[in-house]
Design a protein around this ligand. Structure first.
Ligand code: CP
Length: 315
């Protein structure tokens, strides 16, 4: 595999292989010296046209822990603000000598374009493109859930695990990648949210859906709820009456957390709108995997870089 643009690029076996390598990487990350020589001499460029905290920082840490050189490029403060195109930006980075380009872009399809354009010779990793996909987020979510459910997770999928993805599904690349990857790993995936934010094309791929979080909690025996950020910046219309109404009907609060019970994990890709899609009672609860998701992001991105850049050849 040369690029990671979509979770559809991965077979179940390839996804499990990355999750197993992530486990190895997490053991490296638990050591005092968190460094491997695997990618010495390689250059990884982080090309971010959209804001990011978790993804950008964890890709940088991941590449450095594998001994790669890292160039961080943010559109803000670059010649993109003078009108330079994606093609010219990519070719400039190619001239500098990039073995991998990690790209986040506001346009759905930007990562696919870069991977298939010939503008760069190295690997392309999609770090989130518009409302399309965020494959490394889905991998880190699957890794986090698998580790929470299985004491010895190596080699395992998520067969029979019931997950509800809740909220602003229409605008969520995280939901699209998770729906496909979780199902590939054998999970049952339910979509929950307001009718205006639940596209029928995605409902048809899920194991069930509900327009009511309360009904979903009562109906589906959930092992995990994956709350999504309400992406107000992508909304061009009134998708729900008010933020207060959204929080009342679809927010994960203390009452709903109690209804879910002590065996259901709470997930959120971040950044969280506390008080809107999730309350502190849920985000900071003992069932919350939110910070584990962030920490696992480094191990999973190390594994992805390792698989793409070393061809999985190094021990
Ligand atoms: N989950 C996620 O992609 O977060 P960032 O936007 O901070 O990278």
């Amino acid at each position: 595999m040369k690029h990671l643009v979509s979770v559809s690029d991965l077979s179940r076996e390839a996804a499990i292989a990355i999750l197993d390598t992530s486990l190895e990487m997490s053991e490296v990350n638990d050591r005092d010296i968190k460094k491997l020589p695997t990618l010495r001499g390689k250059t990884v460029v982080n090309l971010f046209f959209e804001d990011s905290t978790r993804t950008r920082i964890s890709f940088e840490v991941a590449a450095k822990r594998l001994s790669a050189d890292v160039i961080n490029f943010a559109a803000k403060g670059s010649s993109v603000s003078k009108g330079e195109s994606l093609k010219d930006t990519a070719q400039t980075l190619e001239a500098i000598g990039a073995d991998a380009v990690v790209i986040r872009h506001h346009a759905s399809g930007a990562a696919h374009m870069l991977a298939n354009s010939g503008w760069v010779k190295g690997s392309v990793i999609n770090a989130g493109d518009g409302t399309h996909e965020h494959p490394t987020q889905a991998l880190l979510d699957a890794f986090t859930l698998r580790s929470a459910i299985h004491a010895d997770a190596r080699g395992k999928g998520l067969d029979g695990v019931a997950v509800a993805i809740v909220g602003d599904i229409a605008h969520s690349r995280v939901a699209r990648s998770n729906l496909v990857l979780l199902k590939k790993l054998g999970a049952k995936v339910y979509l929950v949210g307001p009718p205006t934010l639940l596209p029928s094309a995605l409902i048809s791929q899920a194991d069930g859906y509900s327009y009511s979080l309360d009904d979903a909690i009562a109906t589906f025996k959930l092992d995990a709820v994956m709350m999504l950020r309400v992406q107000l910046e992508r909304m061009t219309a009134g998708f729900f009456p008010s933020e207060r109404e959204y929080a009342r009907i679809w927010g994960l609060n203390a009452d709903r957390l109690a209804l879910l019970g002590s065996n259901t994990f709470v997930m959120h890709p971040g950044p969280m709108n506390r008080g809107l899609e999730i309350d502190a009672a849920a985000a900071d609860s003992k069932n919350s995997l939110v910070l584990k998701q962030v920490a696992n992001g480094v191990s999973v991105r190390m594994a992805v870089l390792y698989h793409l850049l070393s061809g999985g050849e190094n021990e």
